[in-house]
Write a protein that binds this ligand. Sequence first.
Ligand SMILES: *Cc1c(COP(=O)(O)O)cnc(C)c1O
Length: 381
Amino acid sequence: MIPYGRHSINKQDIDAVVDVLQHQFLTQGEQVPAFEKALCDYTGARFCTAVNSGTSGLHVACLALGIGKGDIVWTSPNSFAASANCALYCSASVDFVDINPITRNICPVTLEKKLQHAQINNCLPKAIVVVHFAGSSCDMQTIYSLCKPLKIAIIEDAAHALGASYLNKPVGCGEYSDIVVLSFHPVKSITTAEGGAVLSNDPMLAQKTTLFAKHGITRDSDLMDGDSHGAWYYQQIDLGFNYRLSDIHAALGISQLTRLDDFVQKRRKIARRYFEGLADLPVKLPAHYDIAQSSWHLFMVEVNPQKRREVYQALHNLGVAVNVHYIPIHLHPYYQNLGFEKGQFPVAENFYECALTLPIYPELNEIEQQNVITAMYEILS
Ligand SMILES: *Cc1c(COP(=O)(O)O)cnc(C)c1O
């Protein structure tokens, strides 16, 4: 079976992990700070807090921004549920901004209209979580210019987009946002098995992010209430969580990060072969842009919605484990119970009806990819 996504682990990765197991602290050692620094160096962000998942990262991002009861957070319906759940964890409420059918990211025109409406009704969001779907950056300049005058915080859910660029800068640099969240789940650009990171350029936000990821406990006497009792002393000054990444995971992350550019180049090559190989088929191929170079986390095509189920099954029968991203968040029963309805975000719903995720990952070789393309021809031409 050819999966839709898969990690790549080499000897260097294994040696890095084994070295920690044999010689180093398993947690709270040197690997986590080194990984955080390497992520800052790669992306250009000033501050980084490594966490134990992208989902934890989204949660602490919301906490650091002070999101709580009575606040509203907007996100894309075309995403993994974690992009919206983070607001609910903080007792805030969630709403969605429909996507653009070409970019499959939050549509800036829809966003502008929704903001105007919310401003009139005095229900502006406190933050927006934008998702760089499939690894292709959102139109951050426009989103920034719409949100900043209204003092709406911007969180980039960049779980798909480590290794991508926007206006010639790495995604993660945070030029047009307050906080950027990464995920290192095995299907993402690099992996630590489970893991994530929170990037920002604002020292106050970075301090809060770290605090909320580490129980709300500090050893910094400047943050303490009263005087320190001595070098052993620490205080809990807020209610945080244990979202730390371990040094075993961080060592894997450091090693993987040295391979990221190679991974992304391989993904881009696979994407180019799909563009050539599928050009004559009745499928809609993804858009791609010079100003937003994709990391090609996913290669999504759209097929006739009446045939999607059949095509999905036929490809599986031929050994190609295509997938579908995403079931729009608002259509999940949990969100339906919150009052969302089918038809509310029709562009994301239509995309879902047609969507098919083809295999793309660094170790997908030319023969395997040709098998995928041949299978697509057998079924669709
Ligand atoms: C993977 C993913 C997450 C969650 O990351 P985890 O590390 O699995 O918790 C969040 N948002 C998006 C868009 C993702 O794809």
